[in-house]
Design a binder for this molecule. Structure first.
Ligand SMILES: Cc1cc2nc3c(=O)[nH]c(=O)nc-3n(C[C@H](O)[C@H](O)[C@H](O)COP(=O)(O)OP(=O)(O)OC[C@H]3O[C@@H](n4cnc5c(N)ncnc54)[C@H](O)[C@@H]3O)c2cc1C
Length: 472
């Protein structure tokens, strides 16, 4: 006999799982959300998006105080780093937001069960309590199960994480002193963001990347501009290079690296190394395979267009299935999956999911890159507009970067937009909406944009698609 019964049990309280649980409750389902961590919010709120952005914000203020405020006529006698306060502020932001999810659960009558969930039948979840009362087990019967167990850092062979000197992003978010030399293995967005934090706080930063470019998913032209911008800030890049060994010495870490294509090895000394070579789906000890849930060759749970797995009563969303590993993608899927369960007909448009790198300048992208369109043989037009010609960027003294808009050569429909520049992550929302509503570049060019705003650069890029910019 089960201890309790629900319409839906969600396993995982990250952005995918908690949003799905709330939406399901709104749709009238009785819902439990099982989370093994002592706090809700998953990777994103606890050890991902939120703490990293809190530190990016604080470190940017430190850098401004040191280097850029004087140009605005604001002179400081001395600037001092209080790392402990910076870390405590970050922890408080995380604490407040994770508690907020608990409040939302109460408001929506979602039952929060703290423990590790295991699927013990197509409609049964067994939970081993974690935290207070650890060890106690309960069995829950449910009509439907939603797997939202997320992802974990991909390990690098030969490099063992201790979260002190050899860290994953989790350790990099909580260092208690500024490293002299901070080496990042992996030129993706997590490595570049954490590298930015520690460079601003005083570290020398080296990024080692296996490929011949950083941020491989980005439009190549924008990726090159980002590398140039970070290089000017002091980042060192070693591309087409692989790390084969990390050895701890009493003076720090000695990394052995060699050319990706093979060749002579060399060593690099540093005091902290961050392994950020990607993330892999996390479905360990879940019992999903045992009940017949199929996985693909990358360890991701296979789903159909309705987020249903190969077991009809079990759904999956977020980082544990295919697609970009992003919090907002997990959320959209969580909402859609529960609406499918309720018999509705939602749709997730994967062409309209923005991706942001929160370095400075920021990079934000939505839709297709030039490389993708070339590979697909699609004829397209490009319009570009630099922030150096945007009045607000000049007022802000933040003129690095550009907006690059790509539209279909025949229909003028916007196919992609890639921004490198100030607040690109906020600006990209306009383009996600444009793609969602199948807007043309002409539609954007004819939409009145407030002056002076950074978004006027989007309008000018749209005008540039037709070769008629007004301010360049
Ligand atoms: C440093 C860093 C920075 C990031 N920055 C961003 C960003 O700026 N923007 C962005 O969109 N994305 C960012 N991400 C990615 C983002 O965090 C993930 O895409 C997102 O959290 C995925 O959501 P999810 O709900 O699928 O899984 P998760 O957030 O990983 O949540 C899964 C939850 O399931 C729990 N769980 C797992 N197994 C069980 C079990 N058997 N029983 C109970 N609970 C279980 C886990 O404890 C976890 O809390 C970042 C990630 C990292 C690491």
């Amino acid at each position: 006999m089960a201890d309790s019964r629900f319409d839906l049990v969600v396993i995982g309280g990250g952005p995918g799982g908690y949003v799905a649980a709330i939406r399901a409750a709104q749709l009238g389902m009785s819902v439990a959300c099982v989370e093994k961590r002592d706090r809700l919010g998953g990777t994103c709120l606890n050890i991902g998006c939120i703490p990293s952005k809190a530190l990016l914000q604080s470190s940017e203020k430190y850098e401004e105080a040191q280097h850029t405020l004087a140009a605005h006529g604001v002179k400081l006698k001395s600037v001092e780093l209080d790392l402990a306060t910076m870390m405590a502020r970050k922890d408080k932001v995380v604490d407040d937001l994770t508690k907020g999810v608990g409040f939302l659960f109460k408001k929506n009558k979602v039952v929060h069960i703290q423990g590790e969930g295991r699927i013990t039948g197509p409609t049964q979840v067994t939970v081993n309590a974690t935290g207070n009362g650890a060890g106690a087990a309960q069995t829950i019967d449910t009509k439907t199960i939603l797997i939202a167990t997320g992802s974990e850092s991909t390990p690098l062979p030969g490099v063992e994480i201790d979260e002190k000197a050899i860290v994953s992003s989790t350790g990099a978010l909580g260092l208690d002193k500024v490293p002299e030399h901070f080496v990042v293995v992996g030129g993706g967005y997590i490595g570049l963001e954490m590298g930015s934090v520690w460079r601003r706080l005083g570290s020398a930063v080296t990024v080692i990347e296996f490929l011949d470019r950083i941020t491989p998913g980005l439009d190549a032209e924008i990726g090159r501009q980002l590398q140039r911008a970070l290089g000017k800030q002091g980042f060192q890049f070693k591309l087409s290079t692989k790390v084969t060994k990390a050895q701890k010495t009493n003076k720090g870490i000695t990394l052995t690296v060699e050319p990706a294509a093979g060749g002579a090895a060399e060593t690099i000394k540093c005091d902290v190394v961050l392994v950020a070579i990607g993330r892999r789906p996390y479905a360990d000890k879940l019992g999903a395979k045992e009940v017949g849930v199929a996985f693909d060759d990358k360890g991701r749970i296979k789903t159909d267009g309705h987020f249903r797995t190969s077991v009809p009563s079990i759904y999956a969303i977020g980082d544990v299935i295919a697609g970009p590993m992003l919090a907002h993608k997990a959320e959209e899927e969580g909402v859609a999956a529960t609406e499918f369960m309720a018999g509705q007909k939602p749709h997730v448009n994967y062409d309209a999911i923005p991706a942001v790198v929160y370095t400075w300048p920021e990079v934000a992208s939505v839709g297709k890159t030039e490389e993708e369109l070339k590979a697909a043989g699609v004829a397209y037009k490009v319009g570009k507009f630099p922030f150096s010609a945007n009045a607000r960027a000049r007022c802000n003294a933040d003129t690095e970067g550009m907006v690059k808009m790509i539209a279909d050569a025949k229909t003028d429909r916007v196919l992609g937009c890639h921004i490198i520049g100030p607040d690109a992550g906020t600006m990209i929302a306009e383009l996600a909406l444009a793609i969602e509503f199948s807007a043309s570049s002409e539609d954007i060019a004819r939409t009145c944009h407030a002056h002076p705003t950074l978004n006027e650069a989007v309008k000018e890029a749209a005008l540039a698609v037709a070769g008629r910019t007004l301010n360049l």
